[in-house]
Design a protein around this ligand. Structure first.
Ligand code: 6PG
Length: 475
């Protein structure tokens, strides 16, 4: 005998609680459980106040009562921190579940953990969905972007609920099934990698504006203007907002009072490691991670500035400085999309996921942190050609890229000649230039490898691999 709740949520932290409220607000009955028993009761009261109905969220005082309160076959959304807590949660649930019950992990889990868990659950006749959820608290409450992976049957079970809570943009829904086991969490990880790159690009542009002596209010006006055009996006929008905020006590822009040490929880690192493992060039994503780690070494940087003399010159700006910054941002964004999509493309081939790259353009266009007008190009480009080798080659992207690239080049040159660090912008320039270079100097690397390690070379004028006797070593 089953219960009456449509879905259960385990873990009522910020994200679990917000998703539970969102689901309950759409007419579903939600069973709720947290180790902290008071959380469920508080949430139930909040849901009643929000919906004007009693009982959309039914708090449970123990896990077995929680499981019993669910309709069968059951659907349980696990919203606990990634890592061991997910395994612990599954371990606690397993004895209480029955064949065909489905567990959905909505945390930022590593996709390999999701693959492992999906296999272990399948062995027991249970269904497991790895669900990437983006949009933070506000998104979870009012419409997140949802990236699902797992058995199709499991996804279909929860699709009606997820459909009602996901973000919508221009009539499209920001929810999709992206393939079996780890596909959803992989796509979420790459989303975060792109998020890191986009944030780093914006921060570098802000750094250049600051080096040019611009006041925060003037910068805010520029970002707000950019947000009306091609660069329209959540991250540009909030940057404009952040730059207008003043500290009440000092009257100074709040941003100037914040320590320049960026933290991270690891998803950018996972995306970079996946790129290295899959042999996909994704330097912008990795560079954004390294830039955060460098920023975190504040004391070391301060000491080095004293010894090595970091530049503090005012950046000379001329006609076109702001237009070049705009184009640098645009190019960097395109480069990070290209790298992220190439990474997903490689992963879907390696793991035989049925991921549709065009759909990714759609589900990232609303609800999530990287939502941006430019993602239109991703949807259109991969919709026309699912086997596009690289986004930069697409008709929707190529003309914009070629128009904006010189601006990025001028910005990087200006920064380099005045000692302003722009690792992400410089890396994006190198990526685009490298990608469009037919003859790279890697022939010399092959010669060196063959010289010291007999690793062989391939000649341009003959087939096959050969080793040359470079040093005339005695045989
Ligand atoms: C999202 C965000 C979300 C979270 C990251 C931040 O899509 O809603 O990416 O997942 O903000 O965990 O990551 P860092 O702490 O590593 O910056």
């Amino acid at each position: 005998m089953g219960g009456t709740a449509d879905i259960g949520v385990v873990g009522l932290g910020v994200m679990g609680r917000s998703l539970a409220l969102n689901i309950a607000g759409h007419g579903f009955t939600v069973a709720a459980f947290d180790r902290d028993r008071d959380q469920g009761a508080r949430l139930s009261t909040a849901a009643a106040a929000r919906t004007g109905q009693t009982g959309p969220i039914v708090p449970a005082s123990d896990l077995s009562g929680f499981v019993d309160s669910l309709k069968r076959p059951r659907a349980i959304l696990l919203m606990v921190p990634a890592g061991q807590p997910v395994d612990d949660g599954l371990q606690a649930l397993l004895p209480l579940l029955a064949r065909d019950d489905a567990v959905i992990d909505g945390g930022n889990s590593h996709y390999r953990d999701t693959m492992r868990r999906a296999a272990a659950m399948a062995e027991r006749g249970l269904l497991f969905v790895g669900l990437g959820v983006s949009g933070g608290e506000a998104g979870a409450l009012t419409g997140p972007s949802l990236m699902a992976g797992g058995p199709r049957a499991a996804y279909q079970r929860v699709e009606p609920i997820l459909t009602t809570i996901a973000a919508r943009t221009e009539g499209r829904i920001c929810l999709a099934w992206l393939g079996s086991d780890g596909a959803g969490h992989f796509v979420k990880t790459v989303h975060n990698g792109i998020e890191y790159a986009d944030m780093q690009a914006i921060a570098e542009i802000y750094g250049l504006m600051r080096a040019a002596g611009m006041a925060a209010a003037a910068m805010a006006a520029i970002f707000a203007r950019w947000n009306q055009g091609e660069l329209e996006s959540f991250l540009i929008e909030i940057t404009a907002d952040i730059l207008t905020r003043k500290d009440e006590a000092t009257g100074r822009p709040m941003v100037e009072l914040i320590q320049d040490r960026a933290q991270q929880k690891g998803t950018g690192q996972w995306a970079s490691v996946a790129a290295l493992e899959l042999g996909v060039p994704a330097p912008a994503i990795a560079e954004a991670v390294f830039a955060r780690t460098l920023s975190a070494r504040k004391a070391e940087r301060v000491a080095a500035a004293g010894v090595l003399g970091g530049a503090a010159v005012k950046l000379p700006t001329g006609e076109g400085f702001l237009a070049d910054l705009h184009d640098a941002m645009l190019t960097a964004r395109l480069a990070s999309y290209a790298q992220g999509l190439a990474l997903i493309d490689a992963a879907r081939r390696a793991h035989e996921w049925q991921t549709d790259l065009s759909t990714i353009g759609t589900i990232w266009q609303g609800g999530c942190i990287i939502r941006a007008r430019l993602l239109d190009a991703v949807r259109a480009a991969y919709g026309r050609d699912p086997d596009l080798p690289n986004l930069l080659m697409a008709d929707e992207v190529r003309p914009r890229l070629l128009k904006a690239l010189p601006g990025l080049g001028r910005v990087v040159a200006l920064a380099a000649s005045h000692g302003v660090p722009v690792p992400l912008l410089a890396s994006s320039l190198a990526y685009v230039e490298g990608y469009r270079t037919a003859e790279l100097p890697a022939n010399l690397i092959q010669a060196q490898r063959d010289y010291f390690g007999a690793h062989t070379i391939e000649r341009t004028d003959r087939p096959g691999s050969i080793h040359l006797d470079w040093a005339g070593l005695p045989k």
